[in-house]
Design a protein around this ligand. Structure first.
Ligand code: FES
Ligand SMILES: [Fe+2]
Length: 420
C-alpha cells in the first residue's frame, strides 16, 4: 500500500512539472501522467478494506419525534443468553496492552501478556474497586492494579502479590472470564450459572491459512433484544417483502418501494433448520438469491449463501458464486445492555479476487441489514405472536433458541430494570 502511495506522489509531482512546462510539448505527457495518477488513486481506493461504522441511533431511527419514548419493548426473554460473544478484534490488543471493554452490562479488562496470551477479568479490583483497565499494567502473566499495586493472575484471577502485605489471603481473587481467540477475534464465554464452555467456537480454516483475506467490516448498534436478530433468519416470509426491493432503493423504509427502482427486484428462497446433536447449539439457513431486471433474470447476481448460526452471538455466512468465487461474512452480535446490541460484519474473500467484489457484497448486505435495523429498533417483542402456518419456523426457532437461557438467567422488564 505504501509503495502505491509513493508512486502516486511521484506521478503527481511529474504531472505538475509537466503542466508547469506550459501547453507545448509537455502537455500531452502531463495529461497521461494525470490520468495514470487518477487510475492509481482509484485502484488504491478499491483495494482498501471497506470500513463502515455506524454509531448508536445513526441507523434505523425514523425522524418522528417522541417515537422512542413511546416505544414499549414488550415482555422480552432474559437479556443475556449463555454463549460465546465477540469482545474485540485480536489486533486491537497488542502484547503488554490492557483494554477496558463493556458488554453484558459488565465492565471488563482485557490484557495480553508479552508471550501473546490474552486474558479477560472483571474490571473492578476486589480490593477497593479501582478499574484495572484504567492505568493497570501487565506484569508477566498478571495484571497489576493502578491503585495499590495488587497483582492478579490472568489464568484464574488469583492475587499473587500485595506489595505492602505480609501474606496474600487465599480468597483474594478477581473474577476471570473464559476466553478464546479464533478467526482474528477475542471472544468471551458467558453463562449465568458460571458453567464452563459447553461448545467451542469453530475455526474457519480459510481465514487461518489466509486463503481468504480481510476485505472490510461494518459495525452497528441495535436497540432491540438480541433474539430478534437471529429470529430474522427463521422468518423467511419477510425476505420478499423487506429485502425484495432493489438495494438501489436504499435503507429508508419510506422510500424502498418507490416506483423509481421498481425495475429491479431481489428474489429469495430460504430454508432454516436446527442442526442435530452434537451441534444442537447450531442452526443452518440456506438462502438462494436471484435478481431480476425489467422482469428478466440477471444471473450475474445469483448467489448461494449458507448461514450457520453458532450459539446466540455468532453467524458464519459462506458465499458461493458461480465465477466470482467464495468468501465469508462473520457476523457477531454482542449484547452491551439488555436492549442494545453491537453487531459487526467482517468479510474475508478469496485472495485472487479483486477487493471490489467482496466490498460490493458487504455493502449490499449492509443495506439489507439496515432495513432490518429500522424494524428492530422500533418493534415490540411479542411472546405470543399471531402467526400463520407459513410462519411456523419462527416458533421452531424460538424453541431452539430457548436452550441458551437457564432458569437463573436474569430477567428484564422495561419498567423495573434488571432482576436477578
Ligand atoms: S483497589 Fe486495586 S489494589 Fe487497591
Ligand atoms: Fe432481514
Amino acid at each position: 500500500m505504501g509503495s502505491v502511495r509513493w508512486g502516486g506522489a511521484v506521478l503527481l509531482a511529474a504531472a505538475a512539472a509537466g503542466l508547469a512546462a506550459g501547453p507545448g510539448r509537455g502537455a500531452l505527457p502531463a495529461a497521461a501522467l494525470l490520468f495514470l495518477l487518477l487510475l492509481l488513486l482509484l485502484l488504491l481506493a478499491c483495494a482498501r478494506p471497506l470500513e463502515l461504522r455506524r454509531g448508536p441511533g445513526q441507523v434505523g431511527c425514523l425522524p418522528v419525534s417522541g417515537l422512542s419514548r413511546a416505544r414499549r419493548p414488550g415482555a422480552t426473554p432474559p437479556p443475556y443468553p449463555n454463549g460465546w460473544y465477540r469482545l474485540l478484534d485480536s489486533p486491537q490488543l497488542p502484547r503488554g496492552a490492557v483494554l477496558s471493554v463493556a458488554l453484558l452490562g459488565e465492565q471488563l479488562a482485557a490484557f495480553r501478556t508479552q508471550d501473546g496470551q490474552a486474558y479477560v477479568v472483571d474490571a473492578y479490583c476486589p480490593h477497593l474497586g479501582a478499574n484495572l483497565a484504567v492505568g493497570g499494567r501487565v506484569l508477566g502473566n498478571c495484571i497489576e492494579c493502578p491503585f495499590h499495586g495488587w497483582q492478579f493472575r490472568g489464568e484464574d484471577g488469583k492475587c499473587t502479590s500485595i506489595p505492602y502485605a505480609e501474606k496474600v489471603p487465599d480468597f483474594a481473587k478477581v473474577r476471570t472470564w473464559p476466553s478464546c481467540e479464533v478467526n482474528g477475534m477475542l471472544l468471551v464465554w458467558y453463562h449465568c450459572d458460571g458453567v464452563s464452555p459447553t461448545w467451542a467456537v469453530p475455526e474457519q480454516r480459510e481465514i487461518t491459512t489466509e486463503e481468504w483475506v480481510f476485505r472490510g467490516q461494518t459495525e452497528h448498534f441495535i436497540n432491540a433484544h438480541i433474539q430478534e436478530i437471529p429470529e430474522n433468519a427463521a422468518d423467511t416470509a419477510h425476505l420478499t417483502f423487506l429485502h425484495g426491493p432493489a438495494i438501489l432503493s436504499g435503507t429508508d423504509l419510506r422510500y424502498t418501494k418507490s416506483k423509481l427502482w421498481d425495475f429491479m427486484k431481489h428474489i429469495w428462497k430460504a430454508e432454516w433448520q436446527p442442526e442435530p446433536e452434537p451441534n444442537k447449539h447450531c442452526a443452518q439457513l440456506l438462502v438462494k438469491h436471484r435478481a431480476t431486471v425489467f422482469g428478466k433474470h440477471f444471473s450475474l447476481l445469483d448467489l448461494t449463501v449458507s448461514a450457520r448460526q453458532v450459539g446466540p452471538g455468532l453467524v458464519f455466512l459462506i458465499f458461493e458464486h458461480a465465477f466470482l468465487g467464495h468468501g465469508i461474512i462473520l457476523q457477531t452480535v454482542t449484547p452491551m445492555e439488555p436492549l442494545l446490541q453491537n453487531v459487526v460484519h467482517k468479510i474475508y474473500y478469496q485472495k485472487n479476487m479483486p477487493a471490489i467484489i467482496p466490498k460490493f457484497i458487504l455493502k449490499a448486505e449492509c443495506i439489507q441489514f439496515e432495513r432490518d435495523i429500522t424494524i428492530w429498533n422500533n418493534k415490540q417483542y411479542l411472546p405470543k405472536p399471531l402467526l400463520v402456518k407459513e410462519d411456523s419456523t419462527i416458533q421452531k426457532h424460538r424453541r431452539w433458541y430457548a436452550q441458551f437461557y437457564s432458569e437463573k438467567s436474569m430477567k428484564f422488564t422495561a419498567q423495573e430494570g434488571l432482576d436477578w
